[in-house]
Design a protein around this ligand. Sequence first.
Ligand SMILES: [Zn+2]
Ligand SMILES: [Zn+2]
Ligand SMILES: [Zn+2]
Ligand SMILES: [Zn+2]
Length: 305
Amino acid sequence: MASGNTYFDDMWTNLEAMDPPRNEEMLEVSEQVNDPAQNALKPNLTTVSSVRELLECPVCLNAMYPPIHQCSNGHTLCSGCKPRVHNRCPTCRHELGNIRCLALEKVAASLELPCKYQSFGCVGIYPYYSKLKHESQCVFRPYNCPYAGSECTVMGDIPYLVAHLKDDHKVDMHNGSTFNHRYVKSNPHEVENATWMLTVFSCFGQYFCLHFEAFQHGIAPVYIAFLRFMGDDTEAKNYSYSLEVGANARKMTWQGVPRSIRDSHKKVRDSFDGLIIQRNMALFFSGGDRKELKLRVTGRIWKEQ
Ligand SMILES: [Zn+2]
Ligand SMILES: [Zn+2]
Ligand SMILES: [Zn+2]
Ligand SMILES: [Zn+2]
């Protein structure tokens, strides 16, 4: 691993620069602990944040979880970074050995910290060791941008993502729970995975994403339309939707439950949880000379009782 060496060269430099401030933090903790008057007045807030800093791995800066390691001089290190430092303490460069820092692990167990999505509205406070698990399921955790095909990395709450879809992806926004949409593509033989459309609907005080796209399924290209709910799965289940496509006295209908945008666009598509139109049928519905794809999709969203 040649690249690993370069990484650690950078890290040595950073750590040397960081050393003095860390010693100050340690002093701060002992001052707090030895001052009962101050502890009684302020319910350990300063102590908690100092202990929290002690629990930050000096290498990756992530919170440390057991087993927490230390060198013979007492510098700590997380278990993820330990195998990567070639048995040298990254702080003092002495041999690292195999010493576990049980005291710090126990101090961590007594800590209670707010969920990291506090600024998104979560008021939960969790013991240090169960905080991660909560955060992985916290209903206030931000959503990924639901726009398909662009590998967009934007995250946020729903109002933020709605504005982002409108401003940055130029997505069509519609008010109301019924729709009538025409999808036209001049060369239906060019079917690639990246052919997709997204429309956002606003109704019942909620937002829904209507996806329409062509993708290659085996050797046959197919079209799929499906709806996703901009919110959590538990709430998505309160809604249903129907889609209909047809022409020449034939029609196909689909009724389903919108999937939460917590499920990736690809996951929903690959599970065929939507209106699937085979290419032959799509061309038939398009009429004309099969040179143009012209589908009219109508739909409705409603709230279940
Ligand atoms: Zn680390
Ligand atoms: Zn050390
Ligand atoms: Zn939370
Ligand atoms: Zn985006």
